[in-house]
Design a protein around this ligand. Structure first.
Ligand SMILES: Cc1cc2nc3c(=O)[nH]c(=O)nc-3n(C[C@H](O)[C@H](O)[C@H](O)COP(=O)(O)OP(=O)(O)OC[C@H]3O[C@@H](n4cnc5c(N)ncnc54)[C@H](O)[C@@H]3O)c2cc1C
Length: 381
């Protein structure tokens, strides 16, 4: 049998499904009825669907004001949808003969049903996109735990103390001060090339660090005051040119709420993977800004002929160990498993390089895995 905890979300989903279907049926009944009574069915259906969808948006917007007693509100709204939607056809038939402004009543009832159905679609936190990119996620995650976050703190050594705890030596980069944090358990969410140094003093079977290959990346934020018009597809968020070394650029201004001038920042991404990573890294650090410009501009010119005079600035950054680049036998190999193995049930590991693929989903997955392992280690103590 399902527990109440598991039954409730399933029941809620089922009732939302039933009410949403009823909402559609009410809307279709209203369209059919308006066609019978007023004629011009295409016009009637289009107007009613338009009014209904618009009202759903209003309902969804109003829903953000419901913060307390959500379940009780939800049930009352479900009942109201049933009453208003269910009675609307009868009401419309009854009043058609006797009132002058039949359309007002018709659209009023359709709007009310739409608003009530829309109230079930949460507007609160319904963020699909935002102007600050990952900054938004970062701030939201930090907002609940800001007190426990210490910025500008570089850990340079981990070791076990005499009483079997873990000591982390920290350099505070702004003040130059050094402190130690003593903890029962530690999650190291740093990449392996850093762990290799942090754990140098701890005796354990060493993972094969050489198996972790990090490819360097070159990133440039290019400010352009205009993108020359040309034939073909207009500017997208992600723009990839065929047959060029880079992976193109994203229009970093895409999410800006002010849709005004032509000025844009485009972020250009170049994986430096033509040579072995170590060589590519050294080569990247030895290039001058002018040499980078000579790599970036021909590609941008290829995509947008005539763009050069519109470029205002280029801010560039080299990520020496940009992200893990999985090689043959790495993802299912031993090095990865070995590096993820906790040390003495006290030091746990989380980082995307333990997945072998550098994407945010893997970062969350590794973090959650490590947290679960820490909790489990207390349970079995
Ligand atoms: C150019 C670029 C573009 C990308 N684009 C995408 C994308 O579009 N979509 C996507 O899903 N992923 C993308 N990624 C990958 C994504 O950024 C990573 O997968 C993700 O950030 C990894 O998260 P993480 O927590 O595992 O590691 P990291 O983000 O590497 O976090 C490790 C943290 O440890 C800190 N640290 C390191 N050493 C120390 C130390 N000694 N003391 C204290 N702190 C330390 C670092 O400062 C860092 O904050 C991109 C990566 C790059 C480089």
């Amino acid at each position: 049998m399902l527990s109440t905890d598991k039954k409730l979300p399933a029941l809620l989903l089922l009732s939302v499904f039933v009410v949403a279907t009823c909402g559609l049926i009410y809307e279709l009944i209203a369209g059919t009825l308006a066609s019978y009574l007023l004629g011009d069915s295409v016009n009637q259906f289009l107007t009613i669907i338009g009014v209904y969808l618009f009202s759903m948006v209003i309902g969804s917007w109003i829903s953000k004001h419901f913060e307390k007693n959500i379940l009780s509100w939800f049930i009352q709204i479900e009942i109201l949808v049933g009453i208003v939607g269910g009675a609307s056809a009868t009401i419309l038939f009854l009043v058609f003969e006797s009132i002058a402004s039949f359309r007002m009543v018709l659209y009023g009832l359709v709007s009310l049903t739409g608003i009530l159905v829309g109230l079930e679609i949460p507007e609160n936190n319904a963020v699909l996109t935002w102007p600050e990119g990952n900054g938004w996620i970062m701030k939201k995650l930090a907002s609940t735990s800001l007190r426990n976050i210490s910025q500008g703190s570089l850990c340079y050594r981990l070791e076990f103390t005499a009483d079997d705890k873990v000591s982390a030596s920290i350099l505070h980069t702004k003040t130059g001060k050094i402190t130690r944090i003593i903890a029962e358990k530690v999650i190291l969410a740093t990449p392996q090339f850093v762990n290799q140094k942090l754990l140098a003093g701890i005796k354990r079977p060493l993972p094969s660090y050489e198996a972790f290959n990090y490819s360097p990346w070159f990133i440039a934020n290019v400010t352009v005051n205009q993108i020359p018009t040309a034939k073909g597809q207009g500017l997208s968020w992600d723009n990839v040119a065929y047959g060029t070394p880079s992976v193109g650029y994203v229009n970093a201004s895409q999410q800006h709420l002010a849709y005004s001038d032509n000025k844009k920042v485009i972020t250009y991404y170049l994986p430096l993977c033509d040579y072995e990573s170590r060589v590519a890294r050294l080569a990247a650090y030895s290039r001058t800004p002018q040499q980078w410009l000579e790599i970036v501009m021909p590609e941008l010119e290829f995509m947008h002929p005539g763009i050069t005079p519109f470029v205002e600035t280029m801010d560039a950054w080299i990520w020496g160990h940009g992200m893990i680049a999985p090689q043959v036998d790495f993802v299912w190999g031993d090095a990865r498993k070995q590096a993820a193995e906790p040390i003495d049930r006290k030091i746990f590991f989380a980082h995307t390089d333990l997945s072998g693929i550098s994407i945010f989903e893997e970062a969350f997955h590794q973090g959650i895995n490590a947290a679960k392992a820490v909790i489990a280690s207390y349970g079995n103590a």
